[in-house]
Unconditional design. Structure first.
Length: 539
């Protein structure tokens, strides 16, 4: 070998060794462990979902699915923070937001295979269908609200004939997202009735959600993988978990091999874990037809004390050890306090029973949209915050953020472009939100609403146009459906998450789903699906 070339190679190898060692040391200091690989236990291709015989229910016993809280960052429960929030919107926008274009009933209690609460309602819209998941059922609709024949079915039915507990247990925490770039549906739920704990993933082989699916199982040993959340990115499907033994031990963030799962071949997850200081991380989910800049790593976000915390995940499936998970970068935001200090305090009429805020975490989804190389890229997310308290009655609202890179960048850290706290001064708590952005940059926000006097838990939405004053939902507020009863007894659990998504066909229509109540009682939740435009001129 040429001596000069040999010396050059030695310098390069030495540099890479110390660079990787420095990165490893930095990650260790921040409590990051990894990367490590979780290989699938097995995979196969399902028969058409429409032809699968629904599997029988495992149990008729009512059960409350317990919440596993994550620690609030220091200061995030201080109600005094609300008085320092310069951007509280204490009014409903004067303009009339467009009415719903579709508004129909989803899956109601008892779902199919789970006499349980909460329903963990979420859904996604695709080319021709809307798919809704609850604990532990899947329902498939046309865009006019017509249910597909044979649905709803127990979610475990999609794993019928699949070896292992994915086919026999319906344990919940379901999530569905639509991969617009490949016209595929991704359905997931965990199987945690025994160890090793498992995550069950099904990726459709086409845009037809009633067709065949590539099915996968991944195992997590004795660490309980709670609250999984999915995100679509060009290089992978990303999924985050809260890990528990007896207590919370940190978050796990994994990249699943998207190209393999679309092709139906063997797949793996490349994962990192954080320390117990960081809980409920959300992966970014790509909306729209424009991909992120080439080489852009996945965004992952949670909140800190008066801050958002951001990580970047770059996966390398060929050489997993070269994968990186860097951060967190702290992005300062307006002061806030978590609603109910993260617990249960949402009031209802005619009862002292309070509903769970789940305000110890950001709400599903973290949305990403790219407006082109000469414009900007945006990230949107929301969570529930304390607004005021009088005579022992707390009122809460929705804090939301838009982060931007201008122009889009594969390496730059996004900054706060606008933020607001949506909390009209009418005594109504608004919480459990989900937020998204249409192709013009208009924003839609769906949420639950309830008060101690005359507003039963129901479903509402608001929005803003791109030219509206920064930090304001100026387009009024509308009702998808009013509640007509309160959740009583000792059942505090509500939601865990809701879901708003953008129609990939027009890029203009928001689809939102969550739960509501029609009569006083426990274990009588219902769900609703509504679609609307924020901008009637968007086509």
């Amino acid at each position: 070998m040429n001596p000069t070339r040999h010396k050059l190679m030695l310098v390069v190898v030495t540099f890479l060794f110390f660079f990787n060692f420095a990165l490893f040391a930095a990650n260790q200091e921040k409590g990051i462990q990894g990367p490590f690989v979780i290989h699938e236990t097995h995979h196969d291709v399902s028969p058409p979902f429409r032809d699968m015989i629904p599997l029988p229910s495992a149990s008729l016993a009512k059960r409350v699915i317990p919440v596993r809280p994550v620690p609030l960052p220091a200061g995030a429960a201080n109600p005094a923070n609300a008085s320092h929030d310069p951007n509280i919107q204490n009014f409903v926008g004067a303009l009339a937001i467009p009415a719903t274009t579709q508004n129909f009933e989803g899956t109601d209690y008892p779902g199919v295979d789970c006499n349980c609460a909460p329903p963990d309602t979420n859904g996604a819209v695709g080319a021709n269908n809307y798919v809704q998941l609850v604990n532990t059922a899947v329902n498939i609709f046309s865009k006019t609200g017509v249910k597909a024949a044979g649905f709803p079915k127990a979610l475990k039915s999609i794993w019928s004939g699949f070896s292992g507990p994915c086919a026999s247990t319906d344990d919940g925490d379901p999530v569905v997202v639509y991969d617009q770039q490949s016209s595929r549906w991704i359905l997931s739920q965990f199987s945690v009735s025994g160890t090793p704990y498992r995550e069950c993933i099904a990726v459709s082989t086409s845009s037809d959600p009633t067709g065949t699916y590539n099915r996968y199982e991944f195992t997590f040993g004795s660490n309980f993988p709670d609250y999984p959340k999915l995100g679509v990115w060009p290089d992978a499907y990303y999924i985050t978990y809260n890990l528990f033994t007896n207590t919370f031990i940190g978050s796990e963030v994994c990249a699943m091999n998207r190209s393999a799962m679309i092709a139906g071949t063997a797949a793996s997850q490349v994962c990192f874990t954080t320390s117990s200081s960081f809980g409920s991380l959300l992966p970014a989910n790509l909306d729209g037809a424009t991909a992120p800049p080439t080489g852009s790593a996945e965004y992952v976000v949670n909140f800190g004390s008066n801050a958002l915390r951001l990580w970047r995940f770059h996966v390398n499936f060929t050489t997993p050890s070269s994968s990186t998970f860097t951060g967190p970068t702290t992005i300062a935001v307006n002061p806030f306090a978590a609603a109910c200090s993260g617990g249960s305090c949402i009031p209802q009429p005619n009862t002292s029973n309070k509903l769970d805020s789940l305000a110890d975490r950001l709400m599903h989804r973290l949305v990403y949209r790219n407006f082109g190389s000469t414009s900007h890229e945006s990230l949107l997310v929301n969570h529930s915050v304390f607004v005021s308290k009088s005579k022992g009655k707390e009122v809460d609202g929705v804090r939301w953020y838009e982060l931007r890179n201008t122009p889009p960048s594969a390496t730059a850290t996004p900054v706060v472009f606008q933020q607001g706290t949506y909390a009209p001064n009418d005594g109504i708590s608004r919480w459990m939100g989900s937020i998204a952005m249409d192709k013009l940059g208009d924003i839609g926000l769906g949420f639950s609403a309830s008060s101690s006097s005359n507003v039963f838990p129901g479903i509402r939405y608001t929005g803003r146009l791109t030219g509206d004053p920064a930090g304001q939902m100026s387009q009024g507020e509308a009702v998808i459906i009013n509640g007509t009863g309160s959740q009583t007894g000792s059942l505090h659990r509500w939601g865990d998450y809701s879901s708003i998504s953008l129609d990939p066909v027009d890029g203009c229509t928001f689809w939102y789903t969550t739960e509501y109540i029609t009569s006083n009682g426990s274990f009588n939740w219902k769900t609703r699906i509504g679609s609307f435009k924020v901008n009637s001129g968007c086509n």
